[in-house]
Design a protein around this ligand. Structure first.
Ligand code: NAG
Ligand code: NAG
Length: 324
């Protein structure tokens, strides 16, 4: 069982975890260490990533969308210092998890034209920066919705069967690790920044709507053969630099009601994952808490070796959307 043997350690220093809502850029500079201990003789043949910019390794590069990261300063600490479409100065959790599992150093974007047949055997990324659980979110940002990502995954399965044969393809999919990060853009952008859903939903009912959407996505993945699904909680969205600037008052505090909404969503999502685990035979869905490790860092950067954590990197420290 994968459960309890999967630990994602996030320490902020040189990599960035980023969510972008055009026209603003937010960067958290973080080192993400994926420490994963598998039972003896257990191997994971491939990794598949779905969802948003926390995991997207470059699927938006050819979309007509402003939610793109294939230009500097993105990628400045990446291999060769080149921007790849990762919303980061370096690698993303999708890459680090593939690496920690001993699979490969980078998880290629499915839509990258350089992605080869042999890459398909060990997993690819379908995530799209700006995407979310609410269908409105990817529509606003003109990126791949979760249903678009599922359609690409179906196309992938057909290709994989062609390359590996049906039995091996089925075995790859059922033994692989699926990682999903979604909900960040829905809560921060669609709910709290644009207010597009506020008339229709209060926080508990919007959370229920998001959780229902997540649940249906996980069932679709299960139907397509996925069994091991690691689900990232949203990050402390109330501490996004932009939200601190817009709604955090003169002190640019983390916006507590937004962080509370994230905590509530994660609690509801966790309950839903437990229910899916009991209802879907052999399903192993696990919530990965990204929220608390990041919040620890934001609250006590000195503990992690940093002197300054609340100033923008490139100017006055109050109006930029980039923080170190
Ligand atoms: C792992 O595989 C080796 C070689 O096949 C075997 O000797 C060992 O007993 C296996 N360990 C477990 C825990 O199954
Ligand atoms: C969501 O979580 C809160 C806090 O744990 C709980 O009170 C509420 O009943 C949950 N809602 C749903 C729909 O599960």
């Amino acid at each position: 069982m994968l459960r309890r043997q999967f630990l994602l350690v996030i320490m902020c220093s040189s990599y960035s975890l980023n969510i972008l809502f055009p026209p603003f850029v937010f960067l958290f500079f973080c080192t993400i260490e994926a420490a994963i201990k598998l039972p003896e003789n257990e191997t994971i043949p491939a990794v598949f990533a779905f969802g948003d910019s926390i995991l997207d390794t470059g699927n938006n590069n050819n979309l007509v969308s402003v939610t793109k990261f294939n230009y500097p300063p993105y990628g400045r600490d990446f291999v060769g210092g080149k921007p790849t479409g990762r919303a980061s100065d370096g690698k993303l959790p999708s890459d680090l998890i593939a690496e920690a599992l001993g699979i490969k150093e980078l998880l290629p974007a499915y839509l990258d034209e350089d992605t080869k047949d042999e890459d398909l055997l060990t997993g690819v990324c379908f995530a799209s920066s700006g995407s979310g659980l609410d269908p409105l979110t990817p529509t606003i940002l003109r990126v791949l919705s979760l249903s678009d990502q599922l359609e690409l995954f179906k196309e992938y399965i057909t290709k994989l069967r062609g390359i590996a044969g049906e039995d091996r393809a089925n075995s790859i999919i059922s033994n692989s690790l699926f990682i999903v990060s979604a909900g960040n853009n829905d809560i921060a952008l669609t709910y709290f920044i644009t207010n597009l859903r506020k008339l229709q939903y209060d926080v508990p009912s919007y959370n229920a709507f998001l959780v229902a959407s997540a649940s249906s996505f996980f069932k679709d993945l299960y139907e397509l053969g996925a069994r091991r699904i690691a689900v990232f909680s949203p990050i402390p969205l109330g501490c996004l630099p932009l939200l601190k600037t817009l709604q955090g008052g003169i002190q640019r505090q983390c916006v507590e009601n937004i962080n509370e909404a994230v905590e509530l969503f994660s609690a509801n999502l966790s309950t839903e994952l437990q229910s899916l685990n009991s209802n879907l035979p052999d399903a192993n869905l696990l919530l990965i808490d990204v929220y608390n490790p990041l919040l620890d860092f934001i609250r006590d950067p000195a503990k992690f070796g940093f002197e300054v954590a609340n100033l923008g990197c490139c100017g006055t420290g109050t109006v930029e959307f980039i923080e170190t």
